[in-house]
Structure formats: structure tokens, C-alpha cells
Design a protein around this ligand. Structure first.
Ligand SMILES: NC(=O)C1=CN([C@@H]2O[C@H](COP(=O)(O)OP(=O)(O)OC[C@H]3O[C@@H](n4cnc5c(N)ncnc54)[C@H](OP(=O)(O)O)[C@@H]3O)[C@@H](O)[C@H]2O)[C@@H](O)CC1
Ligand SMILES: [K+]
Length: 430
């Protein structure tokens, strides 16, 4: 954001003007014209607050402003002067139906003082609507960590670009709905929010192999592979084949069950190993003898042992936090930094799952999943995701793009399936 700000085609005061105006507009649309209290800190986040106060006043909203100390930047001083109205000390500010937190944004370096964070929490809890400017104060922008107590907001208005904290736990759970205000700058880079994927078209002369063969290696619990293989079939693979020693119930008839099949078969678009694998590390070893692209999920991740074994494997791995720690140990830094370090160590595309799923590539690209419903947290949904990614990979998408697309589609399928869905229901929405 700092380099985007420096390269901005307009003056910084104009950016602040746009930020404050967008904040006022978003708060007004969200809460309606109810009496508002703006809490303004010493930096430019506070400056945005003074601008927003001026706009709300122009829109005939009843506005009060409470400040935490004096403005410390030229921009904030100018915005404070342009407000021109009364300024209360934050310690005695009375509650209001709409509270807008402009204490700290991206410049926060340490936790708020106890008295300030308690005051903020008290005012937020007694408000009908609580809105945060850029970030709730106390959130660390880069890591999503909480540097001090952070109350739950209803709306967070981010400026210019989402920061990592808007998509990382625990911070994202405090933000309520997150909206992005266009203030005329963009922050381009290898970190981005995953958007709706462009899926490969089906060629007019396609046949089942050209559309992608997914070959699945089953283990001790075939039900999990039934979910994954069904998901692969429903995600546009031309052919899904399951190698199994005993018939698996519940698979669509179009999914072919075979005994052994050669894993060097060049028609295999993607191998899938892990769902329901159990204690059969030899199946992972077998998969690693194949040079075909692969998705390694669930128990298979635990059998990898050394991440370097995945180098040159053209693999996507899909660990949740437990599986991630088993394979990579306790890595330092934020979840984003850990995911990237894991991708670099393994040479694999890492889908680090959770409420804040990330997709990391060894070359430094990092996709942040848009929020997905919490009701995805049930058994079997990970198997479905693994099958989806395998199908997209077999359809010819590169590993990173296939993983991002799978994650995005999985979240949207869950939204459509609704709160009492089970993993099997997701299949109907792919
Ligand atoms: N990027 C853009 O394009 C645009 C950015 N804009 C806005 O600017 C915001 C960033 O502004 P910012 O850099 O001035 O930082 P901000 O969050 O206001 O805080 C810094 C101040 O707080 C202080 N301080 C820090 N921690 C503290 C603590 N725990 N307790 C007490 N004090 C503490 C710190 O003091 P210091 O530690 O340096 O002494 C400093 O004085 C950004 O979030 C967005 O809202 C928009 O206007 C439009 C364009
Ligand atoms: K804030």
C-alpha cells in the first residue's frame, strides 16, 4: 500500500478525501442516517475519520467526533482542521447508535493501551452498528493477528486494496462484512484474493481422455475416495478411474473401478492419493514413482515425511493445520508466510486449508480465499475439494490455477448447499 500510495497519480490529500468520503457513504448505506460517533486516532486513519465526519455532517447526519490525542501527520492535521466541529476526548465520549473506529489502520505497530482498547470495546458493544475504517484497531494488517483486544465489528471498509488481515484469522472474524473502497490506487503484486476462475472450455473435438483422466488410489476407508472421485467426475473430468482391491459402494456408475493400472500411463491427467488412505504409506510411495501431476491429500500428507520428497513432483498438497504441522513442523511468521515457506520447501502448490484458506506457489504467488461458509467444517468436505482440484488439473489447468479454482468453486458450492449440508450434498452443487 505504501508504494501504491507513493505512485498514486493524485495528491495524498485527495486519497484521504476519497477514503473518508467512501467510509461515510458506506456507513450511511449500511446503518442509515442514525447519530454517529467517529473515533479518530493520531495518524492518517484518524484523518480519514475527520473527513468522513465532514461528509456525514453534510449529509445531515448527527455527528460527534472523539479524538485520541493530537493529529500527528500533516494530512491528519489538515483533515482535523477542515472538520471544524467540536472534538471530545475519547475517555468521556458518550455512546452512539453508529460508532466508526478510525483510531488505527495500517500504521499500528503495537497493541492499544488497555484503557483505549477497553473504551473502544465498550463503545462498539453499546452501538447498534460498528464500522471500522480500513481495519479494526488492534489488528495487525500483515499477519491478521490481534495486538490487543478487538471487538466484533459489523462492517469494515478497506481502502484501495484488501490487506492480508482482511482474509486471515483471527482478524477476519472481527470485521463483519468487508467492503473495498476504490480510492483510485491499486496494489498489484503476487498476493491477491482468489476470484471466479476462467475454466478451460470443452473443445468441440474433445474425447474423454483429452478432457482429463483422474486416476485415484484408494486406501482403507473407500467412502472418502467415493466422495473425492465423485467430485472429480462432477468437476468436468472426462474420465475418473479408481484403483481398488474391493468394490466401492456409492460411486457413480460412470466412475470406473479397476484393479491395478499402470501409473506411468501418459493419459493420466492427474493422480489423486490420500482421501481415505489410512496407514498405507506404500500407496503414496507408489504415487511418487509416477511422473504424472498429482493431488496429495489427507493421510497421504502425513506419509510424505520430508517435504523435499515432493520436489519435481508437480504436486498440489491440501493440508489442514494439523497435517501442515506434521509435514512442515512449526514454521515462523504469519499463515501467509508459512504457506509460502512450505511451498518453497516442497516445490508443491500448497493449499493451506482452514477458515482462511490460502493457496501458495513455490514462485511466491499467494491466493487468499474469499470467505467461505463456516458450515463447510464437516467431515468429507476436504475429500470433495481434493477431487475437484484433481479434475481441474486433469483438464489442463496449471497446478496453482487449478488449486485456486477448486478452492473458489468449493466455497461457492457450500454457499448454495446451505447451512445443514453434508459433504455429499456439495456434489450436487459443483
Ligand atoms: N495507504 C493509502 O494509500 C492511504 C491510507 N489511508 C489511511 O491511512 C492509514 C494509515 O495511516 P498511518 O500510516 O498514519 O497509520 P495509522 O494507522 O493512522 O496509525 C499511525 C499512528 O498511530 C501511532 N500508533 C501506532 N500504534 C499505536 C498504539 N498502539 N498506540 C498509540 N499510538 C500508536 C503512530 O505513532 P508512532 O508509533 O509512529 O509514534 C502513528 O502516529 C490507513 O489505514 C488508511 O486508513 C487513507 O487516508 C488513504 C490513502
Ligand atoms: K480503524
Amino acid at each position: 500500500m505504501r508504494s501504491a500510495e507513493a505512485a498514486a497519480p493524485v495528491a495524498l490529500s485527495e486519497l484521504m478525501e476519497r477514503a473518508g468520503q467512501s467510509l461515510a457513504e458506506a456507513a450511511l448505506r449500511f446503518a442509515g442516517p442514525v447519530p454517529a460517533l467517529l473515533l479518530c486516532g493520531p495518524g492518517n486513519n484518524g484523518g480519514d475519520g475527520f473527513v468522513a465526519a465532514r461528509y456525514l455532517h453534510q449529509r445531515e447526519v448527527e455527528v460527534r467526533v472523539a479524538a485520541l490525542g493530537e493529529a500527528q501527520t500533516d494530512l491528519a492535521r489538515a483533515a482535523r482542521a477542515a472538520w471544524g466541529g467540536a472534538i471530545e476526548p475519547i475517555e468521556d465520549a458518550a455512546p452512539a447508535p453508529l460508532v466508526i473506529d478510525c483510531l488505527f489502520g495500517t500504521g499500528l505497530k503495537r497493541g492499544l493501551e488497555d484503557a483505549v482498547s477497553e473504551r473502544l470495546s465498550g463503545l462498539v458493544k453499546s452501538a447498534q452498528w460498528a464500522v471500522a475504517a480500513d481495519l479494526p484497531s488492534g489488528v495487525e494488517a500483515d499477519s491478521g493477528g490481534l495486538l490487543s483486544q478487538v471487538p466484533a465489528f459489523d462492517l469494515t471498509v478497506s481502502f484501495g486494496a484488501l490487506k492480508p488481515a482482511h482474509r486471515l484469522m483471527p482478524a477476519m472474524a472481527r470485521m463483519g462484512r468487508v467492503v473495498l473502497a476504490d480510492i483510485g490506487i491499486t496494489a498489484d503484486g503476487p498476493w491477491f484474493e482468489i476470484g471466479e476462475p476462467a475454466l478451460p472450455p470443452v473443445a468441440p473435438d474433445a474425447h474423454k481422455y483429452s478432457r482429463g483422466l483422474v486416476h485415484c488410489l484408494t486406501g482403507e476407508m473407500p467412502g472418502a475416495m467415493a466422495l473425492a472421485a465423485s467430485a472429480a467426475a462432477r468437476s468436468g473430468a472426462g474420465y475418473v478411474r479408481v484403483s481398488t482391491s474391493a468394490p466401492i459402494a456409492g460411486l457413480p456408475r460412470s466412475v470406473v473401478q479397476v484393479g491395478d493400472a499402470p501409473l506411468a500411463d501418459p493419459r493420466i491427467g492427474c493422480l489423486l492419493v490420500g482421501p481415505g488412505l489410512g496407514k498405507l504409506p506404500q500407496l503414496l510411495t507408489l504415487a511418487l514413482t509416477s511422473h504424472r501431476p498429482k493431488v496429495i491429500d489427507a493421510e497421504a500428507i502425513g506419509h510424505v515425511g520430508d517435504p523435499a520428497r515432493l520436489k519435481g513432483q508437480d504436486a498440489v498438497i491440501t493440508p489442514h493445520s494439523g497435517e501442515f504441522a506434521t509435514l512442515f513442523g512449526e514454521l515462523p511468521g504469519s499463515k501467509a508466510e508459512q504457506a509460502l515457506a512450505a511451498a518453497a520447501a516442497s516445490g508443491a502448490v500448497v493449499v493451506y486449508k482452514g477458515a482462511d484458506t490460502l493457496v501458495a506457489a513455490p514462485d511466491g504467488r499467494l491466493g487468499f480465499a474469499p470467505p467461505a461458509p463456516a458450515w463447510l467444517a464437516t467431515a468429507g468436505t476436504g475429500d470433495v475439494l481434493a477431487g475437484m482440484i484433481a479434475a481441474l488439473r486433469a483438464r489442463g489447468m496449471p497446478a496453482f490455477e487449478a488449486a485456486c479454482a477448486g478452492v473458489w468453486l468449493h466455497g461457492r458450492a457450500a454457499e448454495r448447499a446451505g447451512p445443514y449440508m453434508i459433504a455429499d450434498d456439495l456434489l450436487e452443487w459443483l
